[in-house]
Write a protein that binds this ligand. Structure first.
Ligand code: AR6
Length: 271
């Protein structure tokens, strides 16, 4: 039995309310695992969620902006440059997915075991879009570090679907994982290449003891991947390969992309 709670999100970055339980980690995980159903009417950002009646409605709705800890959702996190209207989904008993709107260059959780993913090109020497923003925010040391990544063939440091790691330098996050998504119209199997970009980024994160990782919508800008298709492939890949990390975040630049991701996550992750 469930009770419906709805919150009208009236404007970008203003509606920072996210339903979460002020509960112990064990309680929260158990709620997720047993019966929570988070539903959205995402096009209008009018959130509807069904909270199991095992929880008390007197429990407060937690604003992520208040940086409170709710069951391992990181205290002190600077999740997405202050624009953190979004949602939390369970991936497993020990891993959650957060989908928020914001600027990935401002994201961090603890500054030591966190990484942002850079949707780079195979040369790894910077570019436009998020890649350019990440290099500007990290400072010139990031370019120096990228130059030191060995070339696997002439001019290519990171082939499509692979990943490389550097420090974050002036970024709030400690590390940058550089990956190369497919150019949608040029790749023979863009879904496989995009899946590989997520899988290899997550594997590299785990090899480097990263616990918190934030992805943008890889390939959805300059590389032209259609949003709905990309959301489905990206969330499916996260669902399959995120085990071992504490939190995986999508930090999405615009409300349009956020809506598409929330809809796909609801379809793919909720019972
Ligand atoms: N924070 C979060 N998301 C962002 C940010 C940001 N600061 N800036 C852009 N986005 P793109 P791609 C979103 O083009 O399609 C570069 O030149 C953006 O709205 O950055 O994989 C590289 O060097 C979009 O949804 O990456 C490559 O040559 C998403 O990030 C090429 O672009 C990805 O858009 C890679 O193209």
């Amino acid at each position: 039995m469930h009770v419906c709670v709805s919150i009208k999100m009236t404007s970008l970055c203003r509606g920072q309310l996210v339903l979460a339980r002020r509960a112990s980690p064990e309680t929260f995980t158990s709620i997720f695992n047993t019966s929570s159903k988070f539903l959205y009417n995402s096009p209008s950002l009018h959130f509807k969620r069904f909270i199991p009646l095992t929880t008390s409605l007197s429990s407060p709705i937690i604003s992520m902006a208040q940086k409170q800890t709710a069951a391992g959702i990181s205290a002190g996190a600077n999740n997405g440059g202050g624009c953190d209207n979004g949602a939390v989904f369970p991936l497993s008993a020990s891993t959650i997915l957060k989908i928020i709107q914001g600027d990935i260059t401002k994201w961090s959780v603890d500054g030591s075991s966190d990484a942002i993913v850079n949707p780079a090109n195979n040369r790894m020497l910077g570019g436009g879009g998020a890649d350019g923003a990440i290099h500007r925010a990290a400072g010139p040391e990031l370019l120096n570090a990228c130059c030191k990544v060995p070339e696997v063939e002439r001019g290519i440091r990171c082939p499509v679907g692979e990943a490389r790691i550097t420090l974050g330098f002036k970024l709030p996050a400690s590390h940058v994982i550089h990956t190369v998504g497919p150019i949608y119209d040029a790749d023979r199997n863009p879904a496989a290449s995009l899946t590989n970009a997520y899988r290899n980024s997550l594997a590299l994160a785990k090899e480097n003891n990263i616990k918190f990782i934030a992805f943008p919508a890889i390939s959805c800008g300059i590389y032209g991947y259609p949003l709905e298709e990309a959301a489905s492939v990206s969330i499916s890949a996260i669902k399959e390969f995120a085990e071992g990390l504490k939190e995986v975040h999508f930090v999405l630049f615009s409300e349009d992309i956020l809506d598409v991701w929330l809809k796909a996550a609801k379809e793919l992750l909720l019972p």
